[in-house]
Design a protein around this ligand. Structure first.
Ligand code: GLU
Length: 288
């Protein structure tokens, strides 16, 4: 089972076409099934009209997917339940801090950044006195839930019987290699956001598992995130898929394409008369 899991925060561009076609082609090569999942937990940025545009683009690319389409914003209760299990195991703690507090020079260690280059959480509310934590929760203060990384790593180690946490990567041709996962680089990452009862990391792991996704195909921009995903899979007792991280398409200046920058939208290519074959050729992909 393979999937393409776009976030409907903008129109799809040529980089998304590579992602979607890589997954779809691999599914066909393996005789597998293919799903589309709408990752719209970022309810402030997601727009329903982008979903329609995304599906029209995929259809134009010749991609066929099974129904129904899972829409993440309709499943917050499922993510809440997964978070509850982690919290019951003592692996999450509430963090009430604002972004400004977290990145304040006094709090942040300037050199400590996560694999995305964001400042590592400096541990502000990791060891709040129990009474203060309870009082703030009691007052309904908005908070995120962060993973207590050291406890999570220790627990995963027990669950794995001391075996190392690893990730299996497959090439497009299906050749598998295994690499060590190093989720600790993410520090006490946010597992449940302050504004929505989920996070990308939690929702993607829960959904890949419940949809039976066996091969996760996605861009190299998520290569390091996979380390955290493997940790969550172990902690939640979920089966590990194999991963294929494909190359990223850069613009002429070498920057990663982005929806927000309005980079080469597929809808514009289509309006200019391009076909799925043109897009495949642009991407160096074999004809279907
Ligand atoms: N929704 C994510 C994105 O649009 C991709 C998730 C994934 O493939 O794991 O970047």
């Amino acid at each position: 089972m393979l999937r393409f899991a776009p976030s409907p925060n903008g129109r799809l561009h040529i980089g998304h076409a590579l992602s979607a076609l890589t997954g779809f082609d691999m599914a066909r090569r393996l005789g597998g099934r293919f799903l589309v999942r709408i990752e719209d937990i970022d309810v402030g940025r997601a727009r329903p009209n982008f979903v329609d545009g995304i599906l029209a683009d995929l259809d134009w690319l010749g991609i066929v997917w099974e129904m129904p389409i899972l829409v993440q914003s309709q499943h917050f209760e499922t993510y809440r339940e997964a978070a509850r299990r982690l919290a019951d195991d003592g692996l999450l703690y509430p963090c009430f801090a604002t972004r400004t507090e977290i990145t304040a020079p006094a709090a942040a260690a300037p050199d400590a950044v996560d694999p995305d280059g964001a400042p590592l959480y400096p541990g502000l509310h990791r060891a709040l006195p129990d009474a203060e934590r309870a009082a703030r929760l009691g007052r309904g203060e908005p908070h995120a839930l962060r993973i207590a990384m050291d406890r999570a790593l220790a627990r995963a180690n027990v669950m794995l019987g001391g075996r190392p946490l690893t990730i299996t990567e497959v090439t497009a041709e299906g050749v598998a290699t295994t690499r060590p996962a190093d989720p600790g680089r993410w520090g006490d990452a946010v597992i449940v956001r302050k504004d929505v009862p989920a996070s990308y990391h939690l929702a993607v792991v829960v959904d890949d598992a419940r949809q039976g996704v066996t091969h996760v195909t996605r861009g190299m921009d998520l290569y390091a995130a996979t380390d955290l995903h493997r940790l969550l899979q172990v902690l939640l007792g979920l089966r590990a898929p194999v991963y294929h991280h494909h190359r990223l398409i850069a613009d002429a200046a070498g920057r990663k394409l982005s929806k927000s920058a309005g980079d080469t939208a597929l809808a514009d290519l289509r309006a200019a008369g391009a076909t799925a074959a043109t897009v495949r050729a642009m991407l160096g992909l074999e004809p279907p």
